[in-house]
Design a protein around this ligand. Sequence first.
Ligand code: SAM
Length: 288
Amino acid sequence: MKCLKVPRRLMGEIRVKSVPGYEILYEGDYALIPVSEVREGQEVVECNPPVKRGTPKLNEIVPGVSSFYLVGDIMIISPRRELTQEELGRIMRTYSKVRAIYLRKKVKGELRVNELVHVAGEKRTTTTFNEGGLKYFVDVAKVYVNPSMATERLRVVESVPSSSRVLDAFTGYGALALQLARKLGYVVAGDLNLDGLLMASLSAKMNSSKLVLDLVHFDAQYLPFREKAFDLAIGDNPTMIDRFVEELCRVSRSVILYKLGRIQDGWEKVNDYSKDLVIMKRVLRCNE
Ligand SMILES: C[S@@+](CC[C@H](N)C(=O)[O-])C[C@H]1O[C@@H](n2cnc3c(N)ncnc32)[C@H](O)[C@@H]1O
């Protein structure tokens, strides 16, 4: 491979396109930058730079532990075996952003809240993070948080026409509702989990006074809205969506439904859930 040889002291001044995936080598006062194109007058040498390594995967640090997710500076893991303090320390050193680690025991009840056990770092379940350019405040012990749906949320926002009247019927901490409010100017969002609604309200204030949303505490089986008050209702409650479809359709002209199960005709896969189960989605016109 070819490397551009430049004095270290000039590193901040030169503009080169280095080959992605390779480290810069340092030799004495010189840096060797892997390049694929060379311009006249540049000093080039043969080199053998090491391959760049990103943050290693969790199961490379602690074998047997692969399932985890990060919410801000909190890591939530579901290991298949007990981890030693030494292994937990290794995780914290490698993921330097992580300030606390919790074990996820199970997702409990109607509110889909994680049952968590603290195992390392700070004993704190509140954190902030960014998604789609907005800041969120959450308490991972009090509300359902699923970062793996982030791309899907942005896809939904993109697909909703600008002038739509939208209800986010299972909003949790407002992950989707805030994004919708930014695009549409106004959105209605609700949930059975009052803590989630308080988090959504805090997050809206943290971002901008221009994020206008009405947060309503309700049981989605009895929505406090008139017939066809909305153009679109979002039904992101995959484990029990069937029991809400009729009521969502009463208040809205169309519904985006999410469902957990084996993939079925007419449904689009959104995410894997387990070996056989997926989260799938369907848009339903309510007069169908
Ligand atoms: C899978 S979570 C999705 C939350 C949110 N959409 C998100 O992406 O983070 C399902 C949500 O439905 C809420 N929920 C469950 N039963 C409900 C009901 N009967 N009425 C309103 N919300 C309910 C839970 O509190 C939870 O926030």
